[in-house]
Design a protein around this ligand. Structure first.
Ligand code: APR
Length: 336
């Protein structure tokens, strides 16, 4: 058990994280920071005054705190509109961001506009961490994943082990789920890694996929596997399309908690995480999804797994896409 976990962002994922941390008793205290609802200067003054008093983070935290006697959990939880609620946290989980949604006039922000907005959010998040818990291990979930983790590194420059992103565990979970369904076996029997960037170029590594310790090809034919791998790459969008609001939130929160528990209980568990590469896989200075041993210090060791020639080519291609986004981020950060 940690003394304190800090949650930055109190939206859909932040809400599940808060519930689960309290239920699983992962820390003595958990603080959630989120500025929402944002005061809109164009609204009538009375509405602005109401918005200024409201707080998503305080509301969610109070709701859960009031349920703790029922579930018999003594974990203290509280929220704030500024970053003070994360003060002294040993582990930060960051979900702060603005989703891609239609403006009041019906138009959508471009990818670049959205990235600029989310880099500004991440800039504020970095300042909050710097002020209130500069030594925390940082686990970031916010999208675009690779760009946000890269930005946190640029702004905070923490030790390599202390900053990582969540994507591979979620993407691997999706891959495993589809394989288990197709092979008609328990999800507990399936293990697999999805590596590379957290985008359409992610790499479901078929050579790592096993069912009950047996290579997956024994259970599923080429066409089925190819279809599963393609569905895995687009799985986030599939959920978005069905929901009609926001994006997946339970599975990303659980995936992040898998990583958080590996840190909290010093499990030294091998998990695909978005980690800084310094020569591993022939990559330097980028955060990319790779298997790593996760323990009390965060990323204890990046594991260089053997990939087939086709998997290596796909991985390099995915890294190319991450590099392109990070070059773009460098340009944008210089202007912030
Ligand atoms: N500091 C802290 N929180 C912020 C800030 C900020 N500067 N700016 C925005 N937020 C908050 C929003 O107020 C919102 O409550 O971040 C929260 C994001 O929550 P949701 O929009 O509900 O998004 P969620 O589904 O939780 O996903 C969070 O993870 O998987 C990714 O793509 C997803 O980037 C998104 C993130």
């Amino acid at each position: 058990m940690l003394n304190k976990i800090g949650l930055i962002g109190g939206g859909y994922i932040g809400g599940v994280l808060l519930q689960e941390i309290v239920k699983r008793r992962l820390a003595r205290e958990v603080g959630m920071s989120d500025p929402a609802p944002f005061v809109n200067p164009n609204d009538p003054p009375e509405q602005q005054a109401t918005q200024a008093k409201q707080s998503v983070a305080k509301g969610k935290a109070l709701d859960i705190a009031e349920g703790t006697p029922t579930i018999r959990s003594d974990v203290r939880c509280y929220g704030s509109k500024d970053y003070s609620a994360i003060e002294g946290a040993e582990l930060i989980i960051n979900t702060a961001g603005v989703p891609r949604k239609a403006r009041p006039d019906g138009t959508f922000p471009t990818r670049e506009e959205l990235l600029t907005i989310n880099l500004k959010v991440t800039n504020d998040v970095a300042k909050g961490i710097q002020k209130y818990c500069p030594d925390a291990i940082i686990l970031s979930i916010a999208n675009p994943l690779d760009a946000i983790v890269y930005t946190l590194n640029k702004r905070l420059n923490p030790a390599k082990s202390r900053l990582f992103g969540m994507a591979g565990q979620l993407d691997s979970g999706r891959y495993c789920y589809f394989v288990a369904e197709a092979a008609k076996v328990s999800v507990e029997n399936v293990s697999a890694m999805v590596l590379g960037g957290h985008g359409d170029d992610m790499v479901p590594v078929r050579s790592s996929c096993q069912v009950g310790g047996i290579p997956v090809e024994k259970f599923l034919d080429e066409a089925t596997l190819a279809a599963i791998e393609s569905r895995t790459r687009k799985a986030g969008g599939e959920v978005v399309g069905l929901l009609g609001f926001g994006s997946a939130f339970a599975s990303p929160a659980w995936a992040a908690l898998e990583m958080a528990e590996a840190v909290i209980f010093d499990k030294r568990k091998i998990i695909p995480v978005c980690a800084l590469l310094e020569g591993e896989y022939g990559v330097n200075g980028l955060y990319v999804g790779v298997p790593a041993i996760v323990g009390k210090n965060g990323v204890e060791e990046v594991i260089e797994m053997d990939l087939t020639a086709a998997e290596k080519a796909a991985f390099d291609h995915s890294v190319g896409a991450v590099r392109k986004t990070c070059d773009e981020v460098d340009g944008m950060l210089a202007k912030l």
